[in-house]
Design a protein around this ligand. Sequence first.
Ligand SMILES: *[C@@H]1O[C@H](CO)[C@@H](O)[C@H](O)[C@H]1NC(C)=O
Ligand SMILES: *[C@@H]1O[C@H](CO)[C@@H](O)[C@H](O)[C@H]1NC(C)=O
Ligand SMILES: *[C@@H]1O[C@H](CO)[C@@H](O)[C@H](O)[C@H]1NC(C)=O
Ligand SMILES: CC(=O)N[C@H]1CO[C@H](CO)[C@@H](O)[C@@H]1O
Ligand SMILES: CC(=O)N[C@H]1CO[C@H](CO)[C@@H](O)[C@@H]1O
Length: 470
Amino acid sequence: MCEENPLVLGIDIGTTSIKVGLLCVASNKIVAFQTKDTQANVPSELGHEGHKQNAPKIMSALHVCVSRLPSHLTKRVTSIGICGQMHGVMFWEYDDDAPWVKTDDSTRYDVTPNSVSSLYTWQDSRCDPEFLDSLPRPSSGAMLASGYGTATIFWFHRNRTEKLEKYNCAGTIQDFAVAMLCNMHRPVMSVQNAKSWGYFDVAKKQWERGVLEEAGFPVGLLPEVVTSGHQAGLLADTWNGVPAGIPVMAALGDLQCSVLSVLHHSDDAVLNISTSAQMAFVLPSAEPYISRDHNAVIELWPYFEGKFLAVAATLNGGNALATFITMLQHWMLDLGYHVPQSTLWDKAIELASKCEDSDLEVKPTLLGERGDPTTHASVSNITLGNISLGKTFKASCVGVITNLHRMMPRELLLENNISRILGTGSALSKNKILQEEVKMIYQLPVVFDSKSDAALGAALAASKYMNKAS
Ligand SMILES: *[C@@H]1O[C@H](CO)[C@@H](O)[C@H](O)[C@H]1NC(C)=O
Ligand SMILES: *[C@@H]1O[C@H](CO)[C@@H](O)[C@H](O)[C@H]1NC(C)=O
Ligand SMILES: *[C@@H]1O[C@H](CO)[C@@H](O)[C@H](O)[C@H]1NC(C)=O
Ligand SMILES: CC(=O)N[C@H]1CO[C@H](CO)[C@@H](O)[C@@H]1O
Ligand SMILES: CC(=O)N[C@H]1CO[C@H](CO)[C@@H](O)[C@@H]1O
């Protein structure tokens, strides 16, 4: 299958690793795949408040990944789709000289370290609540948090003005990669990544320039925004066998590409529980979609073909349960026993599966939530008969799903004609208690065998949507 047929190169530039895949358009299958850890974290002068990565190192890991794809396949690539970690920002200077140079053997570009800043990722927490409060309110109601590109730029503008003045371009790391591959003077940014920076009006598809200008924001650094599926440029040179001149799509968000890789029907919703947890479904437009009586906590993200993703996202997913297990392990250690975590997981799940439902109530929000960083976890309705390990663990699992259900209730899914849930994510696939609770609480059919892959999603997006953007 797929001999001679065209291939699409999909790339995902994640927080810890690069993933690349070659998609056979005829069969919709990945025919070659490579991944590499970037190991690009660098210490910040701000200590634990800063979260920086070395951009040249990330690009070098990208080259290594692509160079490991078989050359008889890379020469058949006809287009490139790229996505990556959202929210983050990096700066670079492209004046007379490009901030990248072609190596002598002409297989790759090297980034000139002095011409680029670090990548300040979504995990950067330099913008404390007080600083965020000092910023103007986005008029579209868009969310703003530390680690969001525009908040980080505000911070540099106020605290490190001289540093910002060295650069004339800004973008996410995936926007930088596209600019480099196409040798573009100025980057372009898709609506997907623009939304992740804050101060972006998703309905109007434009930056909130007025609000930003008034607050003295360096608006010259805002990239031109394009629709999802827009062709950013052409591959400037042959790249590890990938032919020069093929179209490269403006970079997308990893959220949208992950969802695209598993969501094939408009009446399915995707539930993803790994460290954190999200639930998402596709909306035809940004127009009213929630009857006002729900307390739903939903964000609208630009998706493809002018559609939107309604997303409920909580920071308290698998890590809330992992914290419970770690606590248990530490209590055991304090008592003089070492029990491996894997044993504790197995035992907790086994005990919980034998328990009746109890009234013990666990609110699992111990990591706070994006819009409410100071919220904590709690356990309530404790009775004498309901404090066994099994019941406590089960109540914690119920708590995780109940918290998500509060943000995206069943009624909201039904109103939007969602009739099935696709479950993905490591924390969900390993934990049958969680799986049972999803079925119990949502009362909808759930399938648990989906596996998302943002690199596949980026390739699919390039093959389905490039130049068909609306
Ligand atoms: C699920 O979450 C993991 C970890 O955050 C992420 O890598 C993956 O892309 C997500 N999948 C979907 C479908 O959102
Ligand atoms: C607390 O427990 C009682 C019975 O023990 C039950 O009737 C009540 O609904 C519980 N409350 C919550 C919030 O679970
Ligand atoms: C759901 O389906 C019904 C019946 O097909 C239709 O009338 C309604 O507009 C749909 N609602 C949404 C939000 O798509
Ligand atoms: C580290 C640092 O310089 N932080 C300052 C940035 O600017 C805000 C006000 O604009 C100060 O409150 C911070 O202390
Ligand atoms: C509401 C509830 O969970 N009640 C249980 C508390 O524990 C006792 C003893 O295990 C059970 O009999 C109750 O059903």
